[in-house]
Every structure is written in C-alpha cells, then in structure tokens.
Design a protein around this ligand. Structure first.
Ligand code: AR6
Length: 183
C-alpha cells in the first residue's frame, strides 16, 4: 500500500513499505557513515544488490575528499540498480548534540543535491533511525519538515516525487502518522 500526498502545485510525497534497492526512481538516498563504508542496514542492502562498484566509487570519493561531515552528502552511480544515482548522506547518531537540526539538514541536503542533478523521482529511507538510533517519530518530523521547506523554497526544482521507502511496517506506520501533522 502506498500513501500519496499531493501538494497544491502537483508535487507528490509517497510513503511506502518496501526494499529501496527495488525502487524504480531516478535516485535513491543511502543512510551512510562518514567513511562511506557500507556495512549494515540499508547501506549493506544497497551494496549487496547494486554491486561492489558502489563501494569502489565511494572509496575513491573518500580518498580524494576525506570523510564526510555529519549531514554532508556524496554522489555515486548505483551499480546494477535501476536508479542513475545514489545520494549518500551521513546522518547524525542519536545522542549527539543538535541531532534534530543535523538530521533535518541531512534530508534537505539530499533533496538539494537531487534537484541539482536533475533528478525527478527520489526514494529515501528513514536515515539515522536504524543503527544510528534516532527515534522513528523524530526522524519522520525531520524528514517532513525538510520536504515542506524544500518544496516551498525550491519552486523550480525538477524533483516532482519524493518517496520515503522503508523495509519494515513499524517505520512506515510512524511516517504515515507523522505526515498528518504536516499535510
Ligand atoms: N530498504 C528500505 N529500508 C531499509 C532497508 C532496505 N533494504 N534496510 C534497512 N532499511 P540504517 P542509520 C531501513 O541502520 O541508522 C550502516 O552500517 C531501516 O529499517 O540502515 O542511518 C551505515 O554504513 C531503517 O528504518 O541507517 C552506517 O554506518 C532505515 O533503513 C549506519 O548503518 C535506516 O537504518 C547508518 O545507520
């Protein structure tokens, strides 16, 4: 089941339960660490499904630019997956200072990067809410706040669809509920 929210200007936000590696969108967001070492969680799933080229491209970025700061993004190809790009974002860990602002910035930076790349359709997991321990409802508020801000302030963006895609029912239900506070 997909929950769709259509904004006044036709932009669409969708909440779906599923495997993000199967998403047929222009780009997906990965919940990464600062070294882009894609071990577990959604990062591990993306690497297993898309192939080791994603890790190789990530390693090249780190060798060239050094590690990512929290809320910073890096872009690679998506290996054998359908999307053209993976937008890796280094989300904050729960317990660190300003976690809420940093997670909001993480989502916003991912959207800004997608727009600059000409991405029309984007799928995003609940960054920081797994191994990094951020409560799901806090994560959902950061996500929808960033979506709201982005669509209000970037009217010319090519992005027309943002899907939040999580593998588990519980996370999906939290996002469905929190979306009602916003739209
Ligand atoms: N499709 C969609 N959502 C998924 C999938 C999938 N295949 N697999 C997991 N999720 P996490 P984090 C959901 O832990 O907290 C890695 O080791 C999952 O249910 O992946 O930002 C990185 O390399 C949860 O809701 O990300 C970092 O070191 C969400 O994805 C670290 O974990 C995010 O959980 C990042 O931890």
């Amino acid at each position: 089941m997909v929950k769709s929210i259509v904004l006044e200007d036709g932009k669409i936000i969708q909440i779906v339960q599923g495997d993000i590696t199967k998403e047929e969108v222009d780009a997906i967001v990965n919940a990464a660490n600062g070294y882009l070492r894609h071990g577990g969680g959604v990062a591990g799933a993306i690497l297993r499904a898309g192939g080791k080229i994603i890790q190789e491209e990530s390693d090249r970025i780190i060798r060239k630019n050094g590690p990512l700061e929290v809320s910073e993004v890096a872009v690679t190809g998506a290996g054998s997956l359908h999307p053209k790009y993976i937008i890796h974002v280094h989300g904050p860990r729960y317990g660190q200072e300003n976690v809420e602002e940093l997670l909001y910035e993480s989502f916003l930076n991912a959207f800004k990067t997608a727009g600059k790349l000409g991405v029309k359709t984007l799928s995003v997991p609940a960054v920081s809410s797994g191994i990094f321990g951020v409560p799901k409802d806090l994560c959902a508020r950061c996500f929808f706040r960033a979506v709201e801000y982005y669509f209000e302030n970037y009217k010319d963006t090519p992005l027309s669809l943002i899907r939040v895609c999580n593998i588990d029912r519980a996370t999906t239900e939290v996002f469905e509920k929190v979306s009602e506070e916003f739209f």
